[in-house]
Write a protein that binds this ligand. Structure first.
Ligand code: FES
Length: 63
């Protein structure tokens, strides 16, 4: 699903960025340019970021 229409960024790309070390919106902005134009995607992008981080926390690798 597209999260950032301005930059064609999907939720999958955000999750992959988190898997590769992105921890903040600034990281996502630097790596994917999320929220770098109109900014309307910032809230949704942050939700994907936080949800994926929470899934990683304490996980034994079995999902
Ligand atoms: S939708 Fe992401 S910057 Fe516009």
């Amino acid at each position: 699903m597209y999260i950032c229409i301005c930059n064609d960024v999907t939720d999958r790309q955000i999750r992959e960025a988190v898997d590769q070390g992105a921890r903040t919106m600034r990281d996502l902005n630097r790596e994917l340019e999320v929220a770098s134009q109109c900014g309307k995607c910032a809230c949704a992008a942050k939700q994907v970021l936080r949800a994926h981080q929470q899934n990683d926390d304490g996980c034994c690798g079995l999902r």
